[in-house]
Design a protein around this ligand. Sequence first.
Ligand SMILES: [Zn+2]
Length: 211
Amino acid sequence: MPTINALSQLLFPTRCFGCQTIGLSICSTCRIQWHPHYYLTHISQVSVHSAVIYSPTASKILLAAKERGLKGADDLVIDAIVHVLSQANFDKHNIRLVPIPSSQSARRRRGRSFIVDVASSVSAQTSFPLSDSLELVRKVRDQSGLHASARARNMQSAFAIKAGAYPRGDLILIDDVVTTGATLRDAARALTSQGFQVLASVTACVAQPLR
Ligand SMILES: [Zn+2]
């Protein structure tokens, strides 16, 4: 319905998530900081494939998606992860996407499980099946502002496989951002300690950790 779209654009014009300029959800200037490439890092035994380097623009996009639930921001995160999956050449594998779940308090605040939502859209676009098989089994602190060793302690033994879940295949952990890898490391531990096969992790962003 073009008239309703036109009216809503008039009342609520699309603004750039990076700088608030009216026009596109990401303007050409901010696009420089959010342009999906392909970065490969390693956390313990798990390779981490990412699309963009974390930046002030990336932070604003992730917050708009996570905390404000804005579809345009979700789409940028989804597109980044789909881009990485297409670059990473997992074709020979029997891929299952395993989202890293958020804490219960974050789910309550946001009214959804952000990464599960993102991973299920990625699954729909790529036809890699979703295996929502992890859960947090204890309270964890918000990681922003925590240094590497505090993050490792914070996430130690935090994840477990959901009751009844049986994540077969080559598992790809999905998250929005990797920093120290504490979260991915514990999620991988929860799966491999039960004999499941974690092939890699895919994140939208890769950040430089606090030392
Ligand atoms: Zn901008």
